[in-house]
Ligand binder design. Structure first.
Ligand SMILES: Cc1cc2nc3c(=O)[nH]c(=O)nc-3n(C[C@H](O)[C@H](O)[C@H](O)COP(=O)(O)O)c2cc1C
Length: 185
């Protein structure tokens, strides 16, 4: 699919069929979000000063080839680190103001970030820059989902402290966006 066609197809999808996504599809979405590109240090989304403050989590519900649970995407290795085999999707949805799209998704990608990484160079503009970077990541995921025939929605309404707890985020990290993914109904 061309970029133009993906842009034309892009829209928010909040209702999913209940069918699983494959590990290859999830892998492709994660790569689109923050994958390594032409050199060891460069990624699919731009980053202020190439300081790369963002981290990705996955709550896998129905992913063929992946156990239910919580994972961290290891960007440099393009693999998933298992954090927990617990089914955290309902808790995650509750922390996102009980939005059904989070509860019903086949998998949920959570974009987190460490603002201090960017603040080292940009001081008080860092938080603004991190939000800008999250927007680029979300659009990448939307376009990749469109190209794969999958649906996603950029969820910004959630309780930060509760998301941090549910996903066991280390202290310097904060959640910035939730991207549920599934097959459109
Ligand atoms: C910053 C931001 C936060 C959003 N938060 C939510 C959300 O919490 N829940 C939701 O269902 N949609 C959310 N959306 C999606 C918008 O509702 C959606 O993009 C808008 O209705 C336009 O529709 P489209 O994406 O299909 O073009 C958010 C979008 C943005 C950019």
């Amino acid at each position: 699919m061309s970029v133009e066609a993906a842009l034309l197809q892009r829209h928010s999808v909040r209702e999913y069929s209940g069918d699983p996504v494959t590990l290859a599809e999830l892998s492709q979405l994660l790569w689109a979000a923050q994958g390594i590109t032409h050199s060891r240090d460069m990624r699919t989304a731009p980053s202020a000063g190439a300081l790369y403050p963002l981290e990705l989590y996955v709550v896998a519900g129905r992913v063929d080839g992946l156990e239910k649970g919580l994972y961290r995407y290891r960007i440099g290795d393009h693999d998933l680190l298992e954090v927990s085999r617990e089914d955290l999707q309902e808790e995650l949805a509750a922390a996102a103001l009980a939005q059904d799209c989070v509860a019903d998704a086949a998998a949920v990608i959570v974009v987190a970030g460490v603002v201090e990484r960017t603040a080292v160079k940009y001081g008080e503009r860092a938080l603004r820059y991190v939000h800008m970077e999250v927007g680029a990541v979300a659009q990448n995921v939307y376009l990749q989902a469109a190209a794969l025939g999958l649906g996603t929605v950029y969820v910004g309404a959630f309780r930060d402290a509760r998301i941090k707890q549910v996903l066991r985020m280390p202290d310097p990290e904060d959640p910035f966006a939730i991207l549920p993914v599934g097959r459109p109904q």
